[in-house]
Structure formats: C-alpha cells, structure tokens
Design a protein around this ligand. Structure first.
Ligand code: NAD
Length: 481
C-alpha cells in the first residue's frame, strides 16, 4: 500500500459536475483515499473567456505535474469555433486507451440484460478522429482515416493485459476489415499477432455491424471488446445505456504518462443544481483512479459500499422504479447512503476485490525494423467535369510519359475506365492510377507526371504514392465493394 497521499488534478466541470464531484470527493475521503487535490477550471466559463479548447494554458502544468486527472463532465458550447475538450486532452496527453466497464445490477436496477458485464476498450487517439478533412472538389469532401501500427499495438496489448490482470476469459475485436482491408485490416492483424501471446484467453473477431447487433442483443456473449476509435465511441455508449443507465458507468483514459478518470455521461444541464443527479458514474471513475494509484483497499471499500447501496434499493431518480427501489434519494443523500455502508459488501451482487499491487497498465511501444519500401506507381486525383471517363482517359493517358502507364480510372473507388459501365454515377472527383513501366518509380518521375498535368491545365488535387512493403502491396485495388 502507498503510504503517501497522491497528488491529483481535479475539475468540477459544468451542469451537474460540481454536485457529483462534491458527492464523490466526500465518499473518497471517508473511505480513506489519500489524495491531495489541485483544482483546475475547465469547460463553459473557460470557453467563454476565449480559450477555444475549454482549458487555460496553466492547467496543462498541473496535469503534467500530477499525471492523474479526475474530471467532472463539462458543457461544450453550441456553435462553431469551439473544440472538444475531451478530444484535445486525450490527444495532447496521449491517452490512447478508453476503458468503459458496462455492468448491469439485476435484479436491483432495471435492465433488459441481466448478467451483462462487458468492458469496452476503445482506441482513443486516431482513426477518423485525426480531424484531417478537406473539401477537395466542388462536390467532394474527404476525412482521412489514419490507423497506425503503434496505435494498434498499444491498444490491443492494453486490452489483452487488462483481460489478463482482471481475470477475464475472452477478448473480442470489432472491425470492418472486409471493406477497409488496409486500415481495419491492420487493426485485425495486430489483434491476431498480439493475441497469440495470450494463449490462456479466448479470442474472436467480429465484423463490426453484426458484432454491434450481437452486443446490443446478447451482451452476455461478450467479455472484453477492443475496437478502433469510431466504432468504440458509438458502441461504448450503446453498451452503457443497455446495461441500465448512462448515469451508472465510469471510464478511464489511459496514456503512457497521464491518466484521466470520469463518468461517461455529460453535464445534464436540465438536472443541474437540483440535487437529482446520480453520482455513481463519477464514483466508479474514481474507483478506477484509486486502483490506478495503487490505493486498492480504498477502491474496493468505495465500490462494495456503492454496490450495497444499489442493492439496498437506495436509488436516484434515473434508476428509480416502484417495483425494484426502496427509497428515492438525491445526489447528497445517495452519497451519504454510500458512506454509511463503507466497510460493508453486497449480499447478492458480486463483491469486488482488487489486486494489492496492480501492475502498471500503460503499454510502452517499441518500434520494429521498418519494412523494405518500394514505390511502384502513383494515383493522381483530379477534379474534372468535362465528359465521360473515356474522354478523361484520352486527356490524361499521355501524362505518364515513358516511365508510367495509365492503368485505371476510378470514381468514388469504382473502376470506370477501362471497361466502365454507363450506369455508374460519377462525381467531379477522379483517381487516375499509373503504374511504373519498369521497376521502382522515383520522386522525379512523379514530379514529371504532376508537371505535365499542370502544363495541360489538368486540375489535380493530390497524388498518393503506391508502394510495396517487403513486397506486399500497400494500396487497395480500388474496385470498391
Ligand atoms: P448527458 O449525458 O449530459 O445527458 C443525457 C441524458 O442522461 C439526459 O437526460 C440526462 O438528464 C441524463 N443523465 C446524464 N447523466 C446523468 C446522471 N449522472 N444522473 C441522472 N441522469 C443523468 O448528454 P447530453 O444532454 O447530450 O449533453 C449535455 C452536455 O454534456 C453537452 O454540452 C455535451 O457536449 C456534454 N458532454 C460532456 C461529456 C464530458 O465532459 N465527458 C460527455 C458527454 C457530453
């Protein structure tokens, strides 16, 4: 057990934030958590002072110093110009793993899924959330989906380590690699590679659409589920909601240096100041923080007292039901009920035990030897509205010069030349694929192609190099599915 108090950064947030944070801090203190708080201001008031990310520069110093952040929800102002504080904090501090346990408390809290106990582990930094978007032509906008090997390795290893340390039996992976063979394909591949190092754990992969349907319908079939950012964002909300209430789930955001703990819900402005909000989500986020800090005894005391409170039917309005609850209480009274039960354990719900000294969960990533890269062709993207795919082919064929041969033109990923179909709908956004005539394609060759396109008045948008890595093509074939 750690003797010294842990210094943490804390923010009370907006809406119901201050009420649930007060409730959580009182319970933590009474449970014997040893914390020294550095309070920072985030959210609406900071946005309104002109800081578009909702946080002042000085607050970063506290986060970098304490490395642990207990955060209440904030209100993101409506309208353009404001950035999501959560996304900013996660990316700036490298919080790559978002962990959300979604548990039902049947028969004490109404749920459609008794026995649900799923942990969603969501990649938290990349995918479409890189925020790299462009309007490329009059008709077409693009958002880059970036999936990296380090990103996949870190999150997948985190998920397997989490499962091992928490005595879980199975890790499932959701992707859409039947369509996105390179991006989601890499995530799936890394899942298979790293999974092989955990022979005691069951492993399975689901295509995300049917996986999501199964998760919503039969959550008991899942244990730990690891996903790229966007799918994880959506499905962790679904999982929390079907477990009982968004007010019941906490989450951690873990990085190599810093970790952030919070409730999964927002600032619920309509409940603000009414002493009605359920503080359970933030309390469970706080329990995850105590485990992270090695204060496992206090973590178990808080968690078990909370379970006993729910079991005793002492419920806030969001989970109150005449048949299952005994007493409807407000935020403060709920916290008092938890404090009265510190030291007790639930009789029917499973009591929690935390390992005395949890291993550090953040995963360090080490680069492996880079693959041998060879450029074999180039895609030239152009904006064009003057005719048929055959007309465009006639215009751009000669641009390849001696070294490059025009092999294919696609529109929205569908091949329209050679041998396109008249029924295919075409926009003003075309990809012209050139392959090297003999051997590797140099940067000079690509510059030559672009130079000739400029001279011919072709409105090119960008080029993408087509490379092989250790002989494996690093590009899709472009037929679409
Ligand atoms: P919300 O989660 O605040 O509320 C959704 C519904 O759940 C509401 O009906 C609300 O009353 C209820 N609810 C939420 N937490 C509850 C609790 N603890 N106890 C009882 N009921 C609870 O989502 P929203 O209304 O879409 O968003 C409100 C604001 O919160 C927005 O400004 C949004 O940007 C922000 N938000 C912040 C975070 C965060 O800081 N982590 C996360 C999500 C949303």
């Amino acid at each position: 057990m750690t003797e010294q108090a842990a210094r943490i950064t804390m923010a009370r947030g907006d809406g119901i934030g201050p009420e649930i944070m007060d409730a959580a801090l009182k319970v933590l203190d009474r449970a014997g958590a040893r914390l020294e708080l550095e309070e920072i201001e985030i959210g609406e008031s900071v946005y309104k002072r002109g800081f578009t990310a909702g946080i002042e520069p000085a607050a970063w110093d506290s986060l970098r110093r304490t490395k642990v952040f207990l955060k209440a929800p904030i209100t993101t102002p409506q309208g353009g110009g404001f950035k999501s504080l959560n996304v900013t904090i996660r990316k700036t501090l490298g919080l790559y793993a978002n962990v959300r346990p979604c548990v039902s408390y049947h028969p004490f809290v109404e749920t459609k899924h008794p026995g649900m106990d799923v942990v969603i582990i969501r990649e938290n930094e990349e995918d479409l959330y890189a925020g790299i978007e462009h309007r490329q032509t009059d008709q077409v906008v693009q958002c880059l989906k970036l999936i990296t090997r380090p990103g996949c390795e870190k999150i997948v290893r985190y998920a397997f380590e989490y499962a091992r340390q928490n005595n879980r039996r199975k890790v499932s992976c959701f992707t859409k690699d039947n369509i996105m063979k390179l991006t989601d394909g890499l995530f799936h591949k890394v899942f298979d590679e790293i999974g092989a190092e955990y022979p005691e754990l069951e492993k399975e992969h689901w295509i995300v659409d049917i996986g999501a349907a199964m998760l919503a319908d039969t959550p008991g079939a899942f244990d730990v589920v690891v996903m790229p950012n966007l799918y994880g964002d959506m499905l962790s909300d679904v999982a929390a909601q079907i477990a009982g209430s968004v007010g019941l789930a906490g989450s951690s955001n873990i990085g190599e240096h810093v970790a952030m703990f919070e409730a999964i819900h927002g600032s619920a402005p309509r409940l603000a100041g009414k002493n009605q909000a359920n503080p359970t989500g933030l309390l469970l986020g706080s329990v995850m923080m105590l485990v992270h800090l090695g204060q496992t005894e206090a973590a178990a005391r808080v968690h078990n007292a909370l379970l006993k409170t729910l079991e005793d039917g002492v419920h806030t309005g969001d989970i109150y039901s005449a048949s299952q609850s005994r007493r409807q209480v407000g935020t403060k009274e709920f916290a008092e009920a938890v404090m009265e039960r510190l030291g007790e354990e639930p009789a029917e719900l499973k009591a929690v035990r935390y390992l005395a000294a949890p291993k550090k969960q953040a995963v360090e990533w080490k680069p492996s030897k880079p693959a041998l890269k060879s450029t074999v062709g180039v895609d030239l993207f152009v904006e064009w509205r003057q005719g048929s795919p055959d007309d465009l082919a006639a215009k751009v064929k000669a641009l390849g010069g001696e070294a490059l041969e025009l092999k294919m033109i696609t529109n929205r990923g569908v091949k329209v030349w050679p041998g396109g179909m008249p029924e295919t709908f075409c926009t003003d956004h075309w990809r012209c694929r050139y392959m090297g005539q003999d051997g590797a394609v140099s940067h000079e060759t690509i510059a030559g192609l672009v130079g000739r396109a400029a001279a011919e008045g072709i409105d090119f948008i960008k080029t993408e190099n087509l490379c092989t890595f250790d002989g494996e093509p690093g590009f899709s074939l472009g037929q679409g599915q």
